[in-house]
Design a binder for this molecule. Structure first.
Ligand code: PGA
Length: 251
């Protein structure tokens, strides 16, 4: 059985003080958390203080991005070893906002995934098609290319140390999630791809989570699908009570 994973992606929201207040509310709301992994990905500036606050809880810390070199003259970049040092367990890689706004290519995303594994972080590789690509029946071609490049440098046995997030670009921040049926179909194809690449055991163990307008009122219907092993939540994760409600849907 794959343990569900629910990740809050705060993007560029919440100051240090707001983040700490959020953790207090979230831990109060959750009391105990059942059979589910929960991670919070705050802005870089809050990683340290959240790491301290989360150390008393079962919640994990995640980063929203990393650079592939370990250290050196790379002004403005942060490597996996620094993220590990500050207490991160997970790192989001290749989010569509990074691809679209910051020019991250499939090849760059592949280097980041390998660097994350090298630095003992669990990469959450984001894949997904735009509306245009979906309408042009390109969904699977796009996702397959993203998976292929994302994992190109990895030994196949390490695939299960990674998480895949299917995030249709047209569903992100729009309030229009995919239907559970549409998401399940793509998740099933990703699992089949994993099986071909790494074998059926790897495919069975690897978590494939869904992202794109996940809210308290649609979380349960998505999370009960066979191949949907969790959620990557943007907008609805900014409110601790809403995020707690999504976490409860996974247990
Ligand atoms: P959303 O964002 O939940 O606001 O659609 C999801 C994401 O970008 O990971």
């Amino acid at each position: 059985m794959r343990r569900p994973l629910i990740v809050a992606n705060w993007k560029m929201h919440h100051t240090v003080a707001e983040g700490l207040a959020y953790v207090t509310i979230l831990t109060h709301e959750l009391k105990t958390i059942g059979n589910v992994d929960v991670a919070i990905a705050p802005p870089f500036t809050s990683l340290y203080s959240l790491s301290v606050a989360l150390s008393e809880t079962p919640l994990y810390l995640a980063a929203q991005n990393l650079f592939w070199e370990e250290h050196g003259a790379y002004t403005g970049e942060i490597s996996g070893s620094f993220l590990k040092d500050v207490g991160c367990r997970f790192v989001i890689v290749g989010h569509s906002e990074r691809r679209r706004l910051f020019g991250e290519t499939n090849a760059m995303v592949g280097k980041k995934v390998s660097a994350a594994v090298r630095d003992e972080l669990i990469p959450i590789l984001c894949v997904g098609e735009t509306l245009e690509e979906r309408q042009g029946h390109e969904t699977w071609n796009i996702i397959e290319a993203q998976l292929q490049a994302g994992f190109s440098d990895l030994r196949l046995a390490t695939l299960e140390e990674c998480v895949i997030a299917y995030e249709p670009v047209w569903a992100i921040g729009t309030g229009h999630a995919t239907t559970p049926k549409e998401a399940e179909e793509v998740h099933g194809m990703i699992r089949e791809w994993l099986s071909k690449k790494g074998g059926s055991e790897v495919a069975e163990r690897t978590r494939i989570i869904y992202g794109g307008s996940v809210k308290p009122d649609n979380a349960a219907s998505l999370l009960t699908c066979n191949h949907i092993d969790g959620a990557l939540v943007g907008g609805a994760s900014l409110d601790a009570k809403q995020f707690a409600s999504i976490i409860r849907s996974a247990t």
